[in-house]
Design a protein around this ligand. Sequence first.
Ligand code: MD6
Ligand code: FE
Length: 220
Amino acid sequence: MDLFEKNTTAIQEILPEVWLLTNYAAQNEPAILQGLASVMTQAPLRHMMTPMGFAMSAAMTNCGDLGWVSDRKGYRYNAIDPNTNQPWPLMPESFMALAKQAASAAGFNGFLPDACLVNQYKVGASMGLHQDKNEVDFNQPIVSVSLGLSAVFLFGGLLRSDKPLKVPLAHGDVLVWGGKTRLNFHGILPIKANQHSKLNAKLEDYFNEHRVNLTFRKAG
Ligand code: MD6
Ligand code: FE
């Protein structure tokens, strides 16, 4: 077996309680991409406003019982999509299965996400260092799935000033973290034009121009 083959799945603990599952989403790629298309149709992507009044550079939507929203009033989870006034789309079964399996593979058994945030980045879009702290139970891990264009994920410490580790993430990679790193600062460097390796012809053009990140959380 060629260990350096692109399609190989590998599981590495890159920092204490931070797991990189390389190419882990490949096993169920068609169902994941189909689920994503359905979610984006029901709850269209939009650029949310930060509390400071700036539009975020990543476009977002959600699926699951709770969706992460940002506006002039702050960051929070909401059961209703403020743009459609409808509940967020159901979390596709393929999303739920992937998130549960990835969490278990990283040693977090019993993870049952109720929120999936979808982030779409075009070339040049980024996400500044932040902590995820709008969830109720910080004992629950986070599962993050990368699709499309590659990105450099910054994994910092508990202080904004801690120098972050740069983690390259490619199409199909899954990052799982929790425990003592659950509140660490993290972000995404501006996305560069690049080519992901392989994909479903119908969606290929879209994923040559975008990175999509699915972040699964137990929010409520
Ligand atoms: C992103 N992700 O990868 C941004 N937060 O596009 C996040 O901010 C994030 O991936 C918490 C856990 C996993 C993440
Ligand atoms: Fe985050």
